[in-house]
Design a protein around this ligand. Structure first.
Ligand SMILES: Cc1ncc(COP(=O)(O)O)c(C=O)c1O
Length: 363
């Protein structure tokens, strides 16, 4: 069966241009710093973000982890939103690999609240506590609905953190979705940060990899941690060639995903789903299924039986993500499938459904 795959923007396949570039990429041993394609990607990423240097890493998780390890010594603390990917979805690596204590922030509305930042902040000098040295900010914020951070609010929270003496790392897995949403420049965010991690393998469509950007000395530390984690790779220009195309030519098309997600959200609401509202929609649509359909996994299975893949993002929460592999027709087809599921469910719950069920039971 051909599936309409709305589970994530990570399911994108490399474009023909990427595949051709990968086939003919100039390569070398990147652990020696000899891979010209990796070096080009790193230079391009540094220039694009206005940072001194960049490092190509295997994944977003590795990018966030090497950043954390480069900014924090063991026994120090990092402030993270409790809905953030670094807190929830990176296998607890801050604690068990970096030896860093994560402190919770309230990031229900994407950026952490000032109140929670002040509450969780732990200054140096208290022998009982790990003192906080770093704040991570996720933009766009996945669990908050793919919410792009407003530039002014981002600058405000960053300024507050700076006043507290904190360094700032941005989990910019989807930073270019924020940039596409506002039509601003990635530097409008990076100028407030010490480092950023950018995924090439999500809406930008590369098959793998992320870049982390920061000062030269930060990147040198990150390079050592990447090696320690087993992320020093050899002729990795093969993959970086696709990453370069992702960064250079795929940013502009993210706006199409946002348009498709807006149509999807409207369509799902019109056929009876409780779509989560968001002040700024990028490429994600979240909705709840509890009332009619039971838990999210059962609902996702029901969708899959009809050729539609959606993500169970919690017990009763479904996530759908638009990306380059899905067009306007895919969105229309998905809405139709979900409409049908809702109609069938309503019928089953109606009096007519009860009668049919009784007849069925009676044989
Ligand atoms: C916000 C965010 N940060 C980081 C990551 C980690 O990226 P990766 O899957 O490449 O490790 C993800 C993955 O979906 C993400 O959504």
């Amino acid at each position: 069966m051909e599936y309409l795959d709305f589970r994530s923007d990570t399911v994108t396949k490399p474009t023909e241009e990427m595949r051709a570039a990968m086939a003919s990429a100039e390569v070398g041993d990147d652990v020696y710093g000899d891979d010209p394609t990796v070096n080009e990607l790193q230079d391009y990423a540094a220039c694009l973000t206005g940072m001194e240097a960049a490092l190509y890493v295997c994944s977003g998780t590795m990018g966030n982890l090497v950043s954390l390890m480069s900014h924090c010594a063991r026994g120090e603390g990092v402030l993270m939103g409790t809905l953030s990917h670094t807190w929830k979805n990176e296998a607890g690596n801050a604690a068990f690999l970096a030896g860093v204590m994560p402190y919770p922030l309230d990031d229900l509305s994407g950026l952490p609240s000032e109140a929670s930042l002040k509450l969780s902040y732990q200054p140096e000098g208290n022998v009982h506590c790990a003192h906080t040295v770093l704040l991570t900010l996720e933009n766009t914020h996945n669990a908050a609905g793919g919410l792009p951070a407003d530039e002014r609010q981002f600058a405000n929270i960053a300024a507050l953190a700076r006043d507290m003496g904190l360094k700032i790392h941005v989990d910019g897995a989807r930073i270019f979705n924020a940039v596409a949403y506002f039509g601003n420049d990635v530097k409008d965010y990076t100028r407030h940060a010490d480092s950023i991690q950018i995924c090439l393998s999500k809406g930008l469509g590369a098959p793998m990899g992320s870049v982390v950007c920061g000062t030269r000395s930060f990147v040198e530390k990150a390079r050592k941690y990447r090696k320690a984690l087993g992320g020093g790779q050899r002729q990795t220009g093969i993959a970086a060639a696709a990453g370069l195309i992702a960064l250079k030519s795929m940013r502009a098309r993210l706006a199409d995903d946002h348009k498709n997600a807006a149509v999807l959200a409207e369509g799902l609401a019109s056929v009876g789903y409780g779509v989560e509202k968001t002040p700024r929609r990028t490429n994600m649509v979240y909705f709840g299924v509890g009332e009619h359909h039971g838990d999210a996994r059962t609902f996702a299975r029901k969708c899959a039986e009809r050729g539609l893949l959606v993500g169970a993002a919690g017990k009763e929460r479904i996530r759908m993500v638009t990306h380059i592999g899905l067009d306007e027709k895919s969105v229309a087809d998905a809405i139709n499938i979900l409409k049908e599921i809702n109609i069938i469910k309503r019928f089953e719950r109606s009096e007519v459904g009860d009668v049919v069920e009784r007849i069925d039971r009676q044989g």
